[in-house]
Design a protein around this ligand. Structure first.
Ligand code: ING
Ligand code: ZN
Length: 310
């Protein structure tokens, strides 16, 4: 097998390019990869993801690791993490325990409408593209049915607008369905955002779940593994409860995953690779894309191995 299936992380890829890449991976590794259409977005595009498994998702004794990126469309660097993970699992295949003993769900573009809009019209677009008379878009990471509406905005004009009701948005429903379909098997859930260098866990209102201490220690494991691989100039990761560490927020994917029984559920905030104290932290320096993928993969591996052995 050649390395042709790899996507060099020299730039950010457009939605259609990532879709084509996923199709190619499914064709190149038919015994390991299934392309799944999780459902249509508000504007009608498919939210596609890959199932990676050496046993076609049939061995129910294996743990599942679910990784997603670009739920917030402007957080372009997060694409590097999911594409790099696919590359390592399939093309380079260096970690045989991780591909043989774990089933993976990898969703590179969780918010396709927003992502395309962030390329074509507004680089700093965060929400989906739900129509509103005055203002467009729902913050998908406030739309999950967990403490919905308690720490988020009622106004469609705000960046953290939670929508008209829990799961009003098709894009958040796509991940809800995946979390519920595999809730007994998903050991590790990572929703990758940027920026700030954080490993965050629930609940977003500051309340700790019963396994709070384990969540913290596995979070530290993930953060330490990234720190050991990170660029020296970038800050260390901070690990903690979302509300206690960053700000209170309700209706997030990571809290929803916890609530359906996923033990290790995190929001990873990748570093700002350029600038840091302003919106420009979302801009991507092409030189750092591969590094972002590489160092985040170290964290993913640490978390996945923990999930496998515990
Ligand atoms: N940060 C997250 C946000 O949605 C977060 C923080 C994580 C909120 C988990 C709620 C749940 O605001 C970014 N950068 O989007
Ligand atoms: Zn985000």
């Amino acid at each position: 097998r050649s390395n042709k299936a790899a996507l060099p992380l020299k730039r950010v890829y457009r939605w259609q390019e990532v879709e084509n890449h996923m199709v190619q991976l499914a064709q190149t590794y038919p015994d390991k990869v299934t392309l799944v259409n999780g459902g249509p977005t508000y504007e009608g595009r498919p939210v596609n993801y890959l199932r990676v498994s050496t046993t076609n998702f049939q061995d129910l004794s294996k743990p599942v690791v679910f990784i997603m990126s670009l739920l917030h469309s402007r957080e372009w660097i997060t694409q590097a993490a999911t594409l790099y993970a696919l590359d390592q699992l399939l093309v380079n295949n260096t970690e045989s325990d991780l591909i043989n003993d774990i089933d993976w769900i990898i969703m590179p573009t969780a918010n396709p409408d927003g992502y395309i809009f962030s390329h074509d019209s507004d680089r700093f677009w965060r929400k989906n593209r739900k129509y509103g008379r005055r203002c467009m878009g729902v913050d998908l990471n406030r739309n999950y049915d967990i403490n919905w509406g308690t720490e988020s905005s009622d106004s469609p004009c705000y960046e953290d607008y939670h929508g008209t009701e829990p799961f009003s948005e098709p894009e958040s429903v796509v991940t809800k369905k995946i979390l519920e379909e595999h809730q007994d098997r998903i050991q590790l859930f990572l929703d990758i955002h940027s920026y700030g260098s954080y490993v965050l866990y629930g609940y977003g209102n500051g309340e700790l779940p019963p396994n709070g201490e384990a969540l913290s220690s596995v979070g530290v494991l993930i953060g330490d593994a990234i720190d050991a691989a990170k660029l020296t100039n970038n800050p260390n990761y901070t690990v903690g409860n979302l509300a206690q560490t960053l700000y209170p927020a309700s209706g997030g994917s990571q809290d929803y995953a916890l609530s359906v029984g996923v033990p290790y559920s995190y929001c990873l905030e990748l570093p700002a690779f350029r600038g840091s104290a302003s919106i420009t932290g979302f801009l991507v320096d092409p030189e750092f894309i591969e590094q972002a993928g590489y160092e985040t993969w170290e964290g993913i591996k640490a978390g996945a191995r923990y999930a496998l052995n515990n």
